[in-house]
Design a protein. Structure first.
Lengths: 1046, 481
């Protein structure tokens, strides 16, 4: 961190040109600890503003006025030094490190700033630079592998975000995502949970934030750290501080631009020897590629058979050939262009930053584009000596168009991954002049769907706050902040006439077409007021905060589904024949009061007690009040016993411990049971929507409310330490924690025969144990550069201790088989599905045919939780070059892959043709076997053809067959940048100019996961992880960037 | 400056107090504006009748039609669920949905109508709701056997209802139907079902008679089911009912069925399944098609599509190649989803009477009812009078032994009950007709005689139910060896 502060310092303080003076003093500043030159040291004539900075080589040149001889050398982290140069024109100065000066200020709850050293709990901060290395549009993706204790899971597809799980799961069916707070005001990050069988996936709304506006991002992890944020912070808090100007800061204009291209990260390895067909014969209607050996023989294709009606579009016979790139050609090169312009500056009393950013991103499939415009203003002014008024606002306009995803026939990649190897997907027309589909299969043709089934949305969002800070006296300040997060999502989706999947408007729109238009307004209001006091009493320093917070969150959403479109291609609601409205709304209020007292003794022992009480509108009057306390302590051994530092090897030894509790209220409207709009449907698509034939219908809700619901509580204790050695060349920061959630608010499933299928209850317990570790080091540090690395390690295990009485499992998502469920006594969110029938010895039981059988009931087949995750960030500075790369390592974590199942069972995957499928005599070769045993126990070694083994009746019968270990090693991010030397810029208007190259997902090694990137899943940001169903691919990006300041 | 500072402090303190003052109105917003806490009888009934109609074209129809070999599962690619069901791979999880739809949606809405109609002084609503309830329970008993009845629908007061014996439920259903008839005949009822009922839609002065005919015909169906268990009892009750001058179905117009619409979102679920995302998953079964081919049955024209001019049925376990088989046709789907879902038909009534007369000597002429049954079915399938005559000439006479006559009745009933959920399977279980054989790929060595209980019940109501050993567990009336 120290080095980071140094480099930030260099970045922030632009060299001030020395004015013409009488004599020139030159010299070199070095660090006492290692004798290396110190760049960025401020050199000033004592008592004046005249000054300069040392360059990368530690050298400076300063014109000193006549009669002045005292120069002051200051540098963050070092003891300031004043040197009298006398009449000499050169001076060499050594500065001594000051560990006390090294205090890193950390923003905790409600803008309360703390010296990190005194904190009794672990926090992590990600700098702007680290967050934007790979220029990701969605800020949650920029967190991957960067923060210890945080598991960040991407989901693949277009413009998607990442699930962020801080120190494990804290609740069952509610959200486990953290609270995002921007400049003190909580913002909404809903969305991102991908529907399994319909539509396009919407982004989580953190995507509206421009990462380029972020100064830093702090992760508050444990209950003791988040207690003050109250009931919404049970899953942790991500505090985002935006960039601001500083008073007296020189005006500067910064412009940055980046452009990158994206490609599919991983595509299956295909066989290109065997044609569409089955049993070794070519067939033009087969989904699989189990056909004849491709040898240029002439065959009558689909146009000459079942598709004869379309014979005008393509020859009816063709010479069989493989099309190795027929799948690859579906994908294009995507791009991401970002431009940012900011104006920063400050006068004596005011400061400002105004910025504009835009981002345009496409995806590897056509008709996917996201455009974002961000306009932000941050301004602060000292109205009187005691009153500071500040404001920060950002407006976002975000539009996107997206393709269908999920387990549905309109997803262009539903079956495209296993397009028959002999089908010329790109070369054969896919639609008639009138737009009808030309396609042998029952789903939408991939190109037809990309072209015709559409989803688009537009978000207009305002996040802002006004802040008044008043110094009541020299030890009490008052702080009031009022903010809002308001946005509107307008979305429109369209299933073209002739579609086969009804992806957007449901199966009722199949063939006939449908349109869904919806508008959602989210309006969150938040205000907090704090009184902060800080006073010293002898050896004690007392800091206290008293505050209150008022929150009102509301949303309303209305939509219309129109079915049966009259004029194909006319994408307008007026074009529909029947209409189905929908409406939903929600409003919750919460008031909290809180206090925070910190007692600091002699700078080495700190004791912190906090408490908060919330009153939540979502609970009944009797249960409305939620109280939660926290205590934390830290002990800095090196301050208590300075002799520890005497040998110069130890800089800091600090221990910390804390205990805290966070309560969580119920979701809105869980205290009552309602009658909703009637409907009828089964799991196969057919559905009746109301109004039916002009009649309204109401039905009693299946989910019963519970008037007596009480808050759920997460309790946590944490032990940790921070250690720093060898002049901070080696730092270690680690925590062990245990958390327990009790009274989990849960919609408990009950016997449907009771008349309801679930009822809200406080039931169940959940616990997490984990460790997190951050080790930083600077193994190489020379005159010209340095190499530093930082390793963060995350390991936790969340266990479902108990569910509601009588409930053995809770379904989180998926299908009859496979699905993700919570099972009492097991780890969180396990994968259940059909297994292979096995005998007592564990052997697969095969039928006489040699084929396996699936179990009738589902069983546990996988655990999606990784054993651990690790990020290794490497930073190399050499002169004006900087290179960094982030390695992302994940050990363990299973996933069911439908895509892998598909490419195998349809005979397109390379392994299905690894052995010649034919014997020399032309019969099918039997070279595979399940081994196992027959039902009577005798060993079986029935040989099977590749099609029998991999096909629909073989490995594919049980979900167990497609559980893969996602362990990976990736080069997640890499960048190299070059900052032009100051000298080179002297005669230009530029204050600073940096150019760079960067990339993301540059290398993937996933030894146990074939064909696809394991970081693709079906349910996006939800509690159910570990299922992959026809997901859209993850991408690999590379690009270049430029940053200039004027 | 001092004044300014004081003002600020006052303002800030004010803001703080605003928050902490416990103001009940401030918190009193936990009411969902998008839903209602009570619903009128009328709209609850619409929900219930639509769900009853939908149910008849949904999961239970597919299971029973696959087992009784009217439908066959097929696939354009990987094995579909319909193919799995046809080989008797119907697990407890596969009936979770239909169970909760039956109990927690349809029966719940009916239960609330019954309880609310008393206070609303609207017995006509109670009568209709009780009849629908009786019908659903009859189907559910025939599907699973013992199920919750007496303790069902106590909501949060009893989250784990006990299971009643199927026989006791059957007894209760007759009582329930009798109560319903009394309610339907009530002279005054503040509210009466009208156009809001999607089954027997229209003015209650007209539809009252339909509901009462349905009540009596449903009783006959229940008694007939019961006959294997206790023939004498069933016989006497049927005779008693017929002698009471009770009204029964007298024309296809009386059919207990739910018409659907041509508009998207209101279409027949069989049509939706076929044209939606499950295209080519269900085709006609060889058992049914061959039976009709043998008799050159004119109903085939609306029952099935042709393949190269022929009617071709599939057998369970056949290789996936759906396009070589006949599909379900307009009789069940309509041209754009407007076909009704038939739940209890005039044709079935006639076959019930024919069988009752033949086997138990119940009042009536078996031959007459047999012919009427065929005629009613033919008319519903849009067959011309001339074709009906031809068909009857060849196939319309009961001949041979009583057993042979029974075979004729049930096989004709089998054809006529195409698209009626559960009943053809029930007839097979009761009589052994038509003769069906297991698919070659069956995963068990028997033809199912009931379905597994839902996995959700096994998980959530374990103190009252354990899973069946197999689908060969019989419903109480299924005693034929």
């Amino acid at each position: 961190m120290k080095k980071l502060l140094q480099s930030l310092f260099v970045l922030l303080f632009v060299a001030v040109t020395a004015m013409a003076q009488d004599r020139t003093v030159t010299g070199t500043v070095t660090a006492k600890e290692d004798g290396l030159p110190l760049p960025g040291v401020s050199v000033k004539v004592k008592g004046s503003t005249t000054g300069t900075q040392t360059g990368a080589d530690g050298k400076f040149t300063l014109k000193v006025p006549q009669g002045e001889s005292a120069l002051t050398f200051t540098f963050i982290g070092y003891v300031a030094k004043t040197v009298n140069v006398g009449a000499s024109s050169t001076v060499n100065v050594t500065l001594e490190a000051d560990t006390k000066m090294l205090s890193e200020v950390v923003v905790t709850s409600f803008g309360i700033q703390r010296d990190k050293k005194s904190l009794g709990y672990g926090t992590s901060t990600v700098s702007a630079e680290d967050l934007t290395t790979a220029k990701v549009t969605n800020v949650t993706n920029g967190l991957t592998a960067k923060v210890p204790g945080v598991r960040v899971n991407g989901s693949g597809g277009a413009f998607t975000g990442s699930s962020v799980i801080i120190r494990g799961f804290t609740t069952f069916t509610g959200s486990n995502q953290p609270l995002y707070v921007v400049d003190g005001i909580p913002i909404d990050n809903s969305g991102g949970a991908t529907p399994l069988q319909s539509g396009a996936s919407r982004s989580n709304r953190a995507i509206d934030i421009n990462a380029e506006d972020i100064e830093n991002l702090t992760v508050l992890k444990g209950a003791a750290a988040t207690a003050l944020y109250g009931s919404r912070a049970a899953s942790g808090v991500i505090l985002i501080t935006t960039k601001k100007g500083g008073t007296k800061e020189k005006k500067s204009i910064e412009f940055s631009t980046s452009y990158n291209i994206g490609q599919v990260n991983r595509l299956p390895e295909y066989q290109n020897e065997y044609s569409q067909g089955s049993l070794g014969n070519y067939s033009a209607t087969s989904q699989g590629s189990w056909g004849a050996r491709i040898a240029g023989q002439t065959v009558t294709n689909w146009f000459g058979g079942a598709g004869a009606a379309f014979s005008a579009f393509y020859p009816t016979t063709e010479k069989l050939q493989a099309f190795p790139d027929n799948v690859k050609d579906i994908f294009n090169t995507a791009y991401n262009l970002q431009n940012n312009l900011s104006f920063t500056g400050g006068s004596d009393k005011s400061s400002y930053r105004v910025s504009y950013g835009n981002a345009t991103e496409t995806y590897v499939l056509d008709n996917n584009k996201l455009k974002r415009n961000n306009l932000s203003v941050n301004a602060n002014t000292q109205v009187t000596k005691k009153l500071l008024v500040g404001t920060s606002f950002s407006y976002t306009n975000n539009t996107s168009i997206r393709t269908q995803q999920g387990n549905q026939l309109s997803n262009p990649l539903f079956r495209a991954y296993f397009t028959p190897r002999s089908y010329n997907l790109t070369g054969i027309p896919f639609e008639t002049a009138s737009g009808g589909q030309i396609w042998f299969n029952t789903e939408d043709h991939p190109y037809w769907s990309i072209k015709n089934n559409k989803y688009d949305d537009e978000i207009n969002r305002l996040i802002g706050n006004v802040n008044l800070k008043y110094d009541v006296n020299d030890w009490i300040t008052a702080d009031l902040r009022v903010g809002t997060d308001y946005y509107n999502i307008k979305s429109s989706s369209f299933d073209e006439v002739g579609n086969r999947g009804g992806g957007n408007a449901g199966s009722s729109s199949t063939n006939v077409g449908g349109i869904v238009e919806s508008q959602t307004n989210v309006r969150n209001l938040n205000s907090y007021f704090t009184l902060n006091a800080n006073r010293k009493f002898g050896d004690f320093n007392l800091t206290g905060t008293l505050g209150n917070e008022i929150v009102q969150n509301s949303f309303n959403s209305s939509g219309v589904t129109g079915l049966t479109l009259v004029v194909p291609g006319f994408r307008n609601m007026k074009n529909a024949l029947s209409y189905f409205p929908s409406f939903s709304a929600e409003k919750t209020r919460l008031v909290g009061v809180f206090g925070d007292l910190i007692v600091d003794y002699k700078n080495f022992f700190t004791f912190n007690v906090k408490a908060r009480n919330d009153w939540s509108s979502t609970l009944s009057k009797a249960n409305r009040s939620i109280f939660y306390p926290a205590v934390a302590a830290s002990f800095v051994a090196t301050e208590a016993f300075p002799e520890l530092k005497a040998n110069g090897k130890i800089d800091m030894i600090k221990f910390r411990a804390n205990w805290g509790e966070v309560g969580k209220g119920a979701p809105a409207y869980a205290t009552d049971t309602y009658f909703g709009t009637a409907g009828a449907s089964d799991g196969f698509g057919p559905a009746i929507s109301f109004p039916y034939n002009g009649l309204a219908g109401f039905t009693y809700g299946n989910a019963a409310g519970q008037p007596d619901i009480t808050p759920e509580f997460t309790q946590e204790y944490e032990f940790g330490g921070e250690f720093s050695f060898f002049k901070n060349r080696l730092t270690i920061d680690g925590s062990y924690y245990e958390r327990k959630t009790r009274n989990v608010i849960l919609s408990v499933p009950v016997s449907g025969a009771s008349g309801i299928t679930s009822v809200f209850k406080n039931a169940g317990k959940l616990s997490t144990k984990g460790i997190e570790l951050l080790v930083g080091g600077t193994p190489v540090k020379t005159k010209n550069g340095s190499y530093s690395l930082s390793v963060n390690y995350t390991q936790f295990e969340s266990r479902v201790e108990s569910l509601a009485p009588g409930v053995s499992n809770i379904f989180l998502g998926g299908f009859t088989t496979p699905n993700i469920r919570l099972v009492a006594g097991d780890e969180y969110g396990q994968i259940y599905g059909s297994g292979f029938q096995r005998n007592a010895a564990g052997q697969i039981i095969v039928q006489a045919s040699g084929l396996p059988l699936a179990t009738a009931n589902v069983q546990k087949i996988g655990n999606p939780n990784p054993d651990w995750t690790m990020g290794i960030s490497n930073d190399i500075v050499y002169k004006n070059f900087r290179a960094s790369f982030l390695l992302d390592i994940r050990k363990g974590g299973d996933q069911y892959s439908r895509n892998i199942a598909d490419v195998q069972r349809n005979g397109v995957a390379a392994e299905t043709a690894a052995v010649n499928r034919f014997n020399p005599d032309g019969t099918l070769a039997k070279t595979f076997t399940f081994g196992g045993a027959f039902a009577n126990g005798t060993p079986a070694m029935v040989l099977l053809t590749s099609e029998q083994y991999y096909g629909n009746a073989g490995k594919h019968v049980a979900a167990e067959g497609f559980i893969y270990d996602t362990s990976w090693f990736r080069v997640r991010e890499a960048s190299i940048s070059y900052t032009l030397p100051k000298k080179a810029l002297e005669k230009t208007p530029f204050g600073n100019l940096e150019i760079g190259l960067f990339g993301r997902n540059l290398y993937l090694y996933a030894p146990n996961y074939p064909h696809f990137d394991p970081e693709q899943n079906a349910l996006g940001i939800s509690n159910a992880q570990g299922l992959e169903f026809n997901s859209l691919p993850n991408t690999r990006t590379f690009g270049a960037n430029l940053r200039v300041t004027f | 400056m001092k004044k300014f500072r004081n003002k600020i402090i006052v303002a800030l303190t004010g803001v703080m107090l605003l928050g902490t003052t416990s103001c009940e109105k401030f918190y009193d917003i936990n009411q969902d504006p998008a839903n209602i806490k009570d619903a009128p009888l009328q709209q609850l009934l619409t929900s219930a009748t639509v769900n009853v109609g939908f149910m008849g074209g949904s999961d239970l129809l597919r299971y029973s039609s696959l087992i009784s070999q009217q439908f066959s599962g097929q696939s354009p690619g990987a094995e579909t669920q319909q193919q799995q069901y046809e080989k008797y791979l119907i697990s407890g999880s596969d009936v979770n949905n239909i169970w909760s739809n039956i109990y927690a949606t349809t029966l719940t809405d009916l239960d609330l109508i019954i309880s609310k109609s008393n206070a609303a002084n609207s017995p006509h609503y109670a009568g209709v709701a009780k009849l629908l309830k009786a019908y659903i329970y009859q189907v559910a008993v025939d599907t699973w056997g013992n199920i919750p009845y007496s303790e069902a629908h106590k909501y949060t007061a009893n989250l784990a209802p006990k299971y009643d014996t199927a026989e006791s439920i059957y007894t209760s259903l007759i009582t329930l139907i009798d109560e319903a008839i009394v309610n339907l005949n009530a002279g005054t009822s503040t509210l009466s079902p009208g156009a809001n009922s999607t089954i027997y839609s229209g003015s209650f002065t007209t539809t009252r008679a339909n509901w009462i005919k349905f009540a009596n015909t449903l009783k006959l169906r229940i008694f007939l089911h019961y006959s294997e268990q206790n023939a004498a009892f069933a016989t006497s009750r049927m005779n008693q009912l017929i002698a009471s001058n009770a009204t029964f179905f007298a024309a296809n117009a009386d059919n207990f069925e739910m018409p659907f619409q041509i508009t998207a979102g209101a279409q027949n679920p069989i049509f939706q399944f076929e044209t939606g995302s499950r295209k080519l998953n269900l085709v006609a079964n060889k058992t049914l098609v061959d039976m009709m081919n043998t008799k050159v049955d004119p109903r085939r024209a609306t029952y099935f599509t042709t393949v190269n001019g022929a009617y071709v049925g599939a057998v369970g376990g056949a290789a996936s190649n759906p396009t070589i088989y006949s599909m379900i046709h307009t009789y069940l789907k309509g041209t754009t989803g407007e076909a009704p879902v038939r739940l209890l038909t005039f044709a079935e009534y006639n076959f019930i009477r024919a069988e009752a007369a033949l086997r138990f000597g119940v009042t009536g002429n078996a031959q007459t009812f047999f012919e009427e049954g065929i005629k009613a079915s033919m008319a519903a399938a849009g067959v011309s009078a001339a074709d009906v005559t031809t068909y009857l000439a060849a196939n319309g006479t009961l001949t041979g032994t009583n057993d042979n006559k029974l075979k004729q009745i049930i096989e004709e009933k089998f054809v006529a009950s195409y698209g009626v959920m559960i009943e053809p399977w029930t007839d097979w279980r009761r009589t052994g007709y038509p003769s069906i054989t297991k698919p070659s790929n069956a995963v068990v060595d028997y033809i199912p005689r009931s379905l597994f209980y839902p996995q959700s019940e096994i998980d959530l109501n374990p103190s009252n139910v354990t899973q069946k050993a197999g689908m060969n567990v019989r419903v109480f009336w299924d005693t034929k060896q």
